[in-house]
Write a protein that binds this ligand. Structure first.
Ligand SMILES: Cc1ncc(COP(=O)(O)O)c(C=O)c1O
Length: 443
């Protein structure tokens, strides 16, 4: 029997079509949120171990961010994206300050997909070349342009069933299963050589840029072996191809540093960002480009735009969010990363259904496999909602126990990606719930 609704929460008529909708999908309705906790319309609390969509990095209901947005709303609620605005310019400066090296010029956008579309347009223009290369097992967005960058087959099949997306090419990610080696040096070498092989076969002159997530996001939180990005930087320089870091998930402390690429010892030509810039309170995204790219655009012009790009209210929220990261949230990730490491190690040791765990900082994946075969429990590429998937059962069992984890693409893994304000006790309690959920389903 349905429980009584809290009086203050009208149910609505339920006609919203959720994104990533599946007929067997969730029906939960969230109505309140604070710090690392979200609350549904039945009053049930959940630890949000997926930061909704890997985006509420500063935690829910952060007062400083709300106040900054409110103040901007009262002072100048909207200024055209074609004009300069003090708040927008201040945020551009703040982004240039935290971005690596010569990345200095910011072209704002609205969503991560559109940030990647903008970076594609800019890369093609300044390089005068049509193609962009990305990895299989990647996610860069769900619009036609950004979806063509995405390696995830379910996104691409949804888009490409009715219209071609063009001028992109794919290469293999630096995963042990793709290159048949666990040795990090060997993996870095083989995976980078493979990228060079793809470039030579596609024709270096036809390629404007390579886009990569420094740590994979929804496709499985996999990191690159040491030296891989450095070698890719060399290859890009040798063949005159731009290197673009898609930091839509990995940016703003998610992996322990301002940007995921900071850990790799290379400077990309552009960074794309979204999600964590405002802790997702208000849509905001963009491209941080190397100064020479900014100069080229300033000289040649760029006759494209979007009404809501760099919205001043979002920019005010962005400035306050950056301050919150600086004032302790990044430190919290650094301090509590060992707690994550220890719990993931334990889960790998204790449960034979856990094949491996991956990731960095507060972006982690727990990959499940059938201990008898060493293979995933479901065909990772079949995208069959009706198929029995014990990994999904674990996710649902954890939710029953009050913790939300993310489901990866492919759905052979659970993703753990809590807000950066999450405490040690909350991490311990989320992993306790996960272990209990694994026991519920498998033992
Ligand atoms: C790495 C990455 N790039 C781009 C996007 C697209 O962002 P949005 O959903 O804001 O369009 C996402 C979304 O999850 C992402 O994870």
């Amino acid at each position: 029997m349905a429980q009584e609704q809290p009086e203050t929460v009208p149910r609505g008529d339920g006609q919203t079509i959720p994104h990533w909708h599946s007929p067997s999908g969730e029906t939960i309705r969230l109505v309140e949120a604070e710090d690392s906790t979200v609350i549904d319309d039945q009053g049930r609390e959940y630890l949000d171990f997926v930061s909704q969509l890997y985006c509420v990095n500063a935690g829910h209901s952060n007062e400083a961010i709300i106040e900054a947005a409110e103040n901007q709303l009262r002072r100048a609620p909207y200024i055209a994206s074609s004009k300069h605005n003090d708040t927008r310019d201040q945020l551009a400066d703040a982004l240039a300050d935290i971005a690596p090296g010569a990345l200095s010029d910011v072209y704002f956008s609205i969503s991560g997909s559109e940030a990647n579309e903008a970076a594609m347009t800019i890369a093609r223009k300044v390089q005068d070349a049509p193609k962009i290369l990305t990895r299989w097992q990647s996610y860069h967005g769900g619009t036609y342009g950004s979806g063509s960058l995405t390696g995830d087959p379910s996104t691409r099949s949804t888009l490409e069933r009715y219209a071609a997306t063009t001028n992109t090419g794919k290469f293999l990610p630096p995963l042990p299963e793709a290159f048949g080696t666990d040795d990090p040096d060997e993996l870095a070498r083989r995976a980078a050589d493979h990228v060079e092989f793809v470039i030579q076969n596609e024709g270096a002159d036809s390629i404007a840029a390579i886009f990569m997530e420094p740590v994979a996001g929804s496709s499985g939180a996999y990191t690159a072996p040491p030296g891989y990005f450095e070698r890719l930087r060399e290859i890009c320089d040798e063949y005159d191809i731009l290197l673009v870091a898609d930091e839509v998930i990995t940016g703003f402390g998610r992996c322990g540093d301002w940007f995921g690429i900071n850990t790799e010892n290379v400077e990309p030509d552009m960074i794309t960002f979204a999600k964590g810039i405002t802790s997702a309170y208000i849509p905001l995204a963009g491209v941080i480009a190397a100064d020479w790219i900014g100069e080229e655009i300033a000289e040649s012009g760029h006759d494209l735009g979007q009404t809501f790009a760099g919205h001043p209210v979002a920019c005010a929220a962005g400035l306050a969010t950056i301050e919150e990261y600086d004032n302790g949230l990044l430190d919290n990730v650094a301090e509590l990363t060992p707690v994550f490491d220890a719990r993931l190690e334990r889960i790998e040791e204790e449960y034979d259904v856990v094949g491996t765990t991956r990731g960095r900082g507060f972006l982690r994946s727990i990959v499940f496999e059938d201990p008898e075969t060493g293979e995933p429990f479901v065909n990772p590429w079949a995208n069959d909602d009706d198929e029995d998937n014990p990994v999904d059962d674990v996710r649902k069992a954890a939710m029953e126990r009050g913790v939300m984890f993310g489901s990866g693409r492919p759905n052979v893994q659970l993703l753990a990606s809590p807000p950066l304000c999450t405490t040690r006790a909350e991490i311990e309690s989320a992993f306790d719930a996960l272990e209990a959920a694994i026991e519920d389903v498998f033992y």
